[in-house]
Design a protein around this ligand. Sequence first.
Ligand SMILES: C[S@@+](CC[C@H](N)C(=O)[O-])C[C@H]1O[C@@H](n2cnc3c(N)ncnc32)[C@H](O)[C@@H]1O
Length: 212
Amino acid sequence: MEFPDPQINDYAEEYTTPESDLLAGINRETWTEVLMPRMLSGHLQGRVLSMLSHMLQPNRILEVGTYTGYAALCLAEGMGEQGVLHTIDINDELESRVRRYFAESGKQDQIRFHVGMLFRYPEPKEQWDLVFIDADKENYARYFDLVIDDVRSGGWIIADNVLWSGKVLMPEKEMDEETLALHHYNQKVAKDERVEQVLLPVRDGLMCCRKR
Ligand SMILES: C[S@@+](CC[C@H](N)C(=O)[O-])C[C@H]1O[C@@H](n2cnc3c(N)ncnc32)[C@H](O)[C@@H]1O
């Protein structure tokens, strides 16, 4: 399923603030030089993340799933001077590229890039204002459970790809493992009294949870 309609997406991008030169460069280089470029948030979703970050003005951000650093840099835009963003990725092959992009952003002092898995990083024990879950789909529920107690009241957990190209509409028995995990994630947070949530059908679906 292709959504939104590509023409609507183009129209939305046309009337959305353009990407910075750095983000446009990361977008271009990711598509020409890196495997699986569809994973990158991209122009429209990147501006949504930036806008949300400006609204929340977070001091502590955690991203699970850095990839080429595009979303991390969008999320970092709303942080104040004291803000720190931690981002984690299991893939060490992109490390030097990501560190170069973070250095070019001028925000490298505010960004802590960890190569590894979230489960191996119990520290630092932070009080998160904003968590962005965008890594292996099968573990979304686990990431939510891992961070929820460390999200402040009024803080947010945003999960990407929760519509999974529309595959979450399939009958459960026909779903593959990733689709089922994402569908269960949506059901799980919808039942969780600790959060209120809105599923934004932006790009591949952003589940935005606000901790009560
Ligand atoms: C969809 S991409 C992230 C895209 C990025 N957030 C953006 O919007 O530009 C998913 C990333 O999660 C990483 N990943 C997969 N499993 C992981 C794990 N267990 N721990 C940390 N990162 C993981 C992958 O290496 C990949 O780079």
